[in-house]
Design a protein around this ligand. Structure first.
Ligand SMILES: [Zn+2]
Length: 381
């Protein structure tokens, strides 16, 4: 599977300015080359190089390789449509090849600009990290909302999905970061201890308000994020391993539906919990894809207060955050555990409907009128 990754460049002010100038010069050069190409009615790279290579280098202060890239960009654009002269915006993308861009492990890139080579740190997520060692070929330098990115295409091998014999429902939360439908829970207690310790330190530093205290404060939040990230890695690894070992699919609530409820819960806790919550989800998803565990996203509506025994649906079934007690049949238990049971059940139900739909389709050929759109997305498809 081919995938495009956007790698954010962590530029200094000077680096940003120099990349921007490079982009402007490069695209101006492209427009100049386009004039010549259009006049002479040629999209041939070699021919264009012969005519204008030295002129362009000199006029736009571009390096040899960037000049060749500019000619190539014009040639490709002109080839696509020979009836019009291609035009290039000042911040059009620059294609970099290995001669003018190299990766410094997964920490930085060395990239050619108009003011020489620059080493620029990159910001990559964990999801990207597992794929980045597969970078081949070219990268496009792109400017978006005043931030520079490198767009790279990578080939991602996926483990083929196994046929699940069951479903592991996972309820993600704030206090218990994750609880599954067996009742196993993965707590965030460790994180809270660190956070509370840091909170005191932070409050003091905020009071001080000096430059050095601000710097210290930043460092502290960085450390806290990294710690939280590590915990998320541990938990997601455990969940995916459990699903794989027991041949179960993983069921999660659909992200779109739960953003709202998380915002509400967020008021009780620090902001860091919110991004960590989404990070844990994405860690579970990509780790599952890599080892072939199917992931099913289900509609989150009511999963926290529907009774899994009698199906009674009432908010009152959940008198408080930690406990569930059905007002109709009296079934009770840990609220997170029951939410996970509901999530697993919903995934099974969805699967059955898909199977049923496929059977109908196979037997009758009916598809259009009653075609069944699963209310879920299956990650990785
Ligand atoms: Zn009940």
């Amino acid at each position: 599977m081919l995938q495009t990754l956007m790698i954010k460049l962590d530029t200094s002010k000077e680096q940003h300015a120099s990349l921007l100038e490079t982009m402007h010069q490069f695209n101006e050069a492209c427009n100049y080359i386009a004039n010549i190409a259009f006049e002479r009615k040629t999209a041939n790279k070699m021919e264009l190089q012969k005519i204008i290579y030295y002129e362009v280098r000199d006029k736009f202060k571009l390096s040899a390789q960037l000049t060749i890239r500019a000619i190539a960009k014009v040639s490709e654009a002109y080839k696509r449509n020979k009836t019009i002269k291609p035009e290039f915006k000042p911040i059009g993308a620059i294609v970099y090849d290995q001669r003018i861009l190299s990766w410094r492990k997964l920490e930085a890139v060395s990239i050619l600009t108009i003011s020489g080579r620059q080493t620029i740190p990159i910001r990559i997520g964990e999801y990207q990290r597992v794929r980045l060692d597969r970078i081949r070929g070219q990268a496009d330098l792109i400017l978006r909302n005043d931030i520079f990115y490198l767009a790279v295409v990578v080939e991602v091998p996926e483990a083929s999905k196994f046929d699940a014999v069951g479903t592991l429902g996972i309820d993600l939360g704030i206090v218990n970061l994750a609880t599954d439908n067996d009742g196993e829970s993965f707590s965030g207690k460790q994180i809270d201890t660190v956070r509370e310790k840091n909170a005191v330190l932070k409050a003091n530093l905020q009071k001080t308000g000096t430059k050095s205290s601000k710097r210290h404060l930043k460092k502290l939040s960085g450390r806290e994020s990294r710690f939280h990230r590590d915990v998320n890695h541990v938990i997601s690894r455990k969940i995916v391993a459990k699903a794989k070992d027991t041949k179960q699919a993983i069921a999660l609530e659909d992200l779109k539906g739960i953003r709202k409820s998380v915002t509400v819960r967020r008021t009780q806790r620090s902001r860091i919990h919110s991004w960590a919550f989404f990070q844990l989800r994405s860690f579970i998803e990509y780790k599952a894809i890599l080892v072939g565990v199917p992931v099913v996203l289900v509609n989150p509506r009511g999963t926290s207060h529907i009774c899994p025994v009698c199906n009674h649906n009432e908010r009152g079934n959940r008198p408080n955050r930690d406990n569930f007690k059905c007002v109709q049949c009296g079934f009770s238990g840990n609220a997170d555990h029951i939410a996970a049971i509901n999530i697993a059940a919903r995934a099974v139900e969805v699967n059955q409907r898909i199977v049923a739909y496929n059977e109908v389709k196979a037997n009758t050929g009916i598809e259009t009128e009653h075609s069944y759109k699963p209310p879920i997305s299956i990650v990785g498809n």
